[in-house]
Ligand binder design. Structure first.
Ligand SMILES: Nc1ncnc2c1ncn2[C@@H]1O[C@H](COP(=O)(O)OP(=O)(O)OP(=O)(O)O)[C@@H](O)[C@H]1O
Length: 352
């Protein structure tokens, strides 16, 4: 049995006499030790989903099972106990600003009934895990965003959770700090076997750290499965939008009508109408420049590189490209790239 099971969860809010269906019939299973991503645009229902997962919000319909226990059937005390195995970190860290770094970790342990000396000992160990031993006497205001999130992670680990829910945990951080926090989360997942649920609107975060992902849109799961499979072949509109983005739509080719007063050159219009966009996925650890360069030499015509992007997917370098291809050479180019072992798909230039 999966460690986390959401079984036909729906959540309806009533606000100003109006019904808001934040979650509609969501079913998901997350196995122990997985890093599972939940991604969606703002308002999709991610925060509501994560709050239903630990019953901070009671679903209107459906059941949540954590390690075999249906949360709706637990008494308040049992639910509190269960929640101790589900820790959470947030976008804005939620640290106690009047307490030192060490006391931020000690405090929840004391509330749980731990003795002061044992709590301090445990807090010091956790500060070592997150690499902040030297900051124990500092106050949160003296720390950078990344350091604050490390304190929050240490605090989350204090109760020896089995599950860590990360609600937009890297959204307030710069890309480099995001990377270091994701590395720390992966280390925690591997060393302690803690299941991690990453709630985010950032596809990069999912690609970097998650094995599986569910894409939610308007309260529904529109696509779920292995990150690599979804990343390579997004099927839902929301998935395509998140993964391929509006690079095609926003590119010079997909920009649509020229603005008023901005005349297109005839040759430019001709080029726009006779180009198709290919999305190329590098599923193996290969350097892509020679393939593309050789292809250009092979066909003897320039092509447009609209986007080139390589990512680290579960430790393996992967990449994708969007190419503007002369329409009359499309089959030839497709065959050439496919023979080289690349995945090629034609992308609607108005994907958005
Ligand atoms: N307490 C509430 N009362 C009424 N409506 C709510 C409440 N909480 C959330 N909603 C609505 O439910 C929908 C989903 O909100 P939710 O915060 O879960 O989305 P989200 O994907 O986390 O978005 P964001 O990333 O912007 O936080 C939104 O339409 C929101 O306005």
């Amino acid at each position: 049995m999966a460690q986390i099971i959401l079984d036909h969860i729906s959540k309806r809010f009533v606000a100003d006499g109006r019904n808001v269906d934040a979650l509609k019939d969501i079913s998901l299973e997350i196995e122990k030790g997985e890093i599972y991503g939940i991604i969606g645009m703002s308002g999709a229902g991610k925060s509501t989903l994560v709050r239903c997962l630990n019953y901070l919000e009671k679903p209107t319909d459906g059941k949540v099972f954590i390690e075999g226990n249906e949360l709706g059937s637990l008494k308040e005390r049992q639910l509190r106990e269960k929640r101790r195995s589900i820790a959470m970190i947030f976008q804005h860290f939620n640290l106690l600003m009047q307490k030192t770094v060490l006391d931020n970790i000690v405090f929840p342990l004391l509330i749980q009934g731990e003795k002061k000396s044992a709590a301090r000992q445990r807090a010091k160990e956790l500060l070592q895990v997150v690499g902040l031993t030297e900051k124990e006497k500092d106050y949160p205001s003296q720390l950078s965003g990344g350091q604050k999130q490390r304190v929050a992670i240490a605090r989350a680990l204090a109760s020896n959770p089995h599950i860590l829910l990360c609600d937009e945990a890297t959204s307030a951080l710069d890309p480099q700090t995001t990377q270091s926090i994701l590395r720390l989360l992966r280390q925690i997942n591997q060393e302690y076997g803690i299941t991690i649920v990453m709630i985010t609107h950032q596809m990069d975060v999912i690609r970097e750290i998650c094995e599986k992902v569910a894409i939610i849109e308007q309260g529904r799961v529109v696509e779920s499965g292995y990150v690599e499979a979804i990343f390579n072949h997004p099927k839902s509109d929301a998935g395509r939008r998140l993964i391929i983005g509006d690079a095609a739509a926003g590119s010079q080719l997909g920009a649509g009508q020229p603005e008023e007063g901005q005349l297109e050159k005839p040759e430019e219009r001709n080029r726009m109408e006779t180009e198709v966009i290919f999305r190329i996925v590098f599923t193996e650890n290969s350097a892509f420049e020679p393939v593309i360069a050789n292809m250009i030499l092979h066909i003897g015509e320039p092509i447009n590189i609209l986007r080139a992007d390589t990512k680290n997917v579960n430790g393996i370098a992967k990449g994708e490209m969007l190419l503007g291809i002369p329409e009359h050479r499309r089959r030839e180019i497709e065959n050439y790239l496919t023979e080289k072992g690349l995945e090629v798909e034609e992308v609607d230039r108005h994907v958005q």
